[in-house]
Design a protein around this ligand. Structure first.
Ligand code: ASP
Length: 593
């Protein structure tokens, strides 16, 4: 129906006849001449309709915002003085010969360029209109270029694109499952996959050697900020590899992707052990664009006459850390109070600070509610953090977990607020994760998942599981975890030992993933892999503020779709067929949140 997309028109087409199809972005009546800004997914072009083409003129006169038109006309230069060099098609216009109204449109719930005036709910409810906005189309286009680049790279490296089931059994990735009742097996349920983890390992046992998939994953997690119940992973697995091989392949993939899509040459990916990341940045996904570091001062604080510091400094699980912020002495009392509230979110009971106004003046030159307790150690402290005039030093003192989380988050917030970023892209690998985490419950939990190989042997693992490190790795970019993976256990005895430590008995293990344990008996090769979160990757590469902006049809924070009204009630008949009786009849108007 069309010869060109609107956005493709330019000076090289002057005097040519073109046919455009698209939507009326704007219509202006200039005393006898009608201007139509025609829009399609590639951009906007100006169309002029003169009264001396009366039929075309009558159609243009009828047209309103968002009508669908087909226009045939001739490209010409815009008259001097009316050109718009800021617009890709701004030097030319199309003089219409025919204007055909392909469809009318009701008044849209919001004008595209006024989307900011309506709430996100309105945009999500009418997502098909929201997606007409050039900004949204650009993000989806970039997403498509990203998956294209990734596929091209992985295919080139010999990876095979293989689909794995959506109706399956639970996958142990640590979230709640989405369940689907089976009609044919009364009282039984499928789970939607939290990831293709078990299937991709089975593909390795089958000898497929290199697998990838752009896979939908489903996790019914508590409503934490900016998560989606269904999201997409770039998932891959390979056999006869070690961690260097997987990290090498995927690092080259991301490097290639940034070059292809953004023309960005990413810097080196340093490798940092988990323990170092927690110590220096209070996070296992440090944002290395921010030049601030946590400095441990427990040894100095053990004997100060200030229990808030000396307590945690002496406690086995305690930590006292300082964070020097260059230039921070200019922060006002009110700003410091705000930061104190901020660290409170992470469980910190307060936020101590010292302003370094003039170091040369000793105690006199410092301003702080706590410096009176620091007699005798203050110079050592200031030297250790490298304090200079104009700095503020913040302190966290609590359990190691609270200090790392609170001061780690403060570091990121200060980096953002004070615009301390030193570069645009800061990738790294975090390695040497602990195998298990003690979340205070009766059992240890797997930090990655129970199929991750430890870096020690079975005996060492059994003797001291809490100290064991894993062969897992995370790729981090600008403080966001882009992806994570590990070398897997391919040996039954090791798998048994890990499940023992996790308190998963033979019966439970067989019930949950006996098929994988069985497969390990039949010649499983050494293997490992990794999965990237595609939505988050696209978000970083497009500079979007939320992952909802880079997903065509996202769910709300309460895991609902406002457009389709899902989840929704089902008929009594359907429930009966599934042998399901509801305990409470849902109240009308109850949303699923
Ligand atoms: N299945 C893992 C995850 O979703 C990734 C991997 O280990 O490959 O986190």
């Amino acid at each position: 129906m069309r010869s060109h997309y609107c956005g493709q028109l330019n000076e090289t087409l002057v005097d040519q006849e073109v046919t455009l199809c698209g939507w009326v972005h704007r219509r202006r009546d200039h005393g006898g001449v009608i201007f139509l800004d025609m829009r399609d997914r590639d951009g906007i072009a100006q169309v002029v309709v003169d009264p001396d083409t009366p039929e075309a003129f009558a159609s243009a006169d009828r047209a309103r915002s968002e009508f669908v038109l087909r226009i045939r006309g001739r490209v010409r230069m815009r008259p001097e003085g009316t050109q718009n060099p800021g617009m890709p098609t701004g030097l030319i216009e199309v003089l219409a010969k025919d204007v055909e109204v392909l469809n009318t449109a009701a008044t849209p719930p919001f004008q595209l360029d006024e989307h900011g005036k309506v709430g996100e709910e309105v945009r999500l409810k009418h997502r098909y209109i929201d997606l007409r906005r050039p900004e949204m189309i650009d993000k989806l286009r970039l997403r498509s270029r990203i998956t294209h680049s990734v596929r091209a790279y992985l295919e080139g490296e010999g990876f095979l694109d293989i689909e794995t089931p959506i109706l399956t059994r639970a996958t142990p990735e640590g979230a709640r499952d989405y369940l689907v009742p089976s009609r044919t097996h009364e009282g039984q349920f499928f789970a939607l996959p939290q990831s293709p983890q078990l299937f991709k390992q089975l593909l390795m046992v089958s000898g497929l050697d290199r697998y990838y998939q752009i896979a939908k994953c489903f996790r019914d997690e508590d409503l934490r900020a900016d998560r989606q119940p269904e999201f997409t992973q770039i998932d891959l697995e390979a056999s006869f590899v070690d961690e260097d091989a997987i990290m090498g392949i995927t690092e080259r993939m991301i490097r290639q992707l940034f070059k292809d899509v953004l023309d960005v040459e990413l810097p080196e990916f340093p490798r940092m052990p988990y323990a170092e990341a927690m110590r220096r940045y209070g996070s296992d996904k440090p944002d290395l664009r921010i030049p601030l570091e946590l400095v441990d001062v427990d040894d100095l604080m053990k004997d100060v006459d200030f229990k808030v510091f000396s307590g945690p400094a002496r406690a086995d699980d305690g930590r006292v850390a300082a964070l020097r912020v260059p230039g921070g002495a200019r922060l006002t009392r009110k700003e410091i109070d705000e930061y104190t509230k901020f660290v409170g979110i992470y469980g910190a009971k307060g936020l101590a600070w010292i302003k370094v106004n003039e170091r040369a003046k000793g105690l006199e030159g410092l301003q702080s509610p706590i410096v009176k307790f620091m007699d005798g150690i203050i110079e050592t402290l200031l030297d250790r953090v490298g304090a200079e005039d104009g700095d503020i030093i913040f302190f966290g003192a609590d359990t190691a977990r609270v200090v790392s989380e609170a001061i780690g988050a403060l570091r990121v917030k200060l980096g953002e607020d004070l615009e301390l970023y030193t570069r645009e892209w800061a990738p790294l690998w975090v390695v040497d994760f602990p195998m298990f985490e003690d979340d205070g419950s009766a059992r240890l939990q797997a930090l990655h998942h129970p199929f991750t190989a430890p870096s020690c042997d079975v005996e060492t693992l059994k003797a001291n599981p809490v100290e064991a490190l894993s062969r897992a790795y995370d790729m981090v970019l600008n403080g966001t975890e882009l992806g994570g993976g590990s070398i897997r256990i391919h040996d039954q005895a090791m798998q048994r030992a890990v499940l023992d430590v996790l308190g998963i008995g033979e019966e439970e293990a067989n019930e949950k993933f006996g098929f994988l344990l069985d497969a390990l008996k039949f010649g499983a090769p050494p293997h490992g892999g990794l999965a990237f979160g595609l939505d988050r990757l696209v978000m970083l590469m497009t500079g979007a503020r939320t992952i909802r902006e880079v997903i065509a049809f996202p769910k709300t924070q309460s895991a609902a779709c406002l457009m389709t009204d899902a989840p929704g009630e089902v008929s009594a008949e359907q429930l009966k067929e599934l042998n399901i009786r509801l305990r409470h009849k849902p109240k009308v108007g109850d949303d699923a949140s």
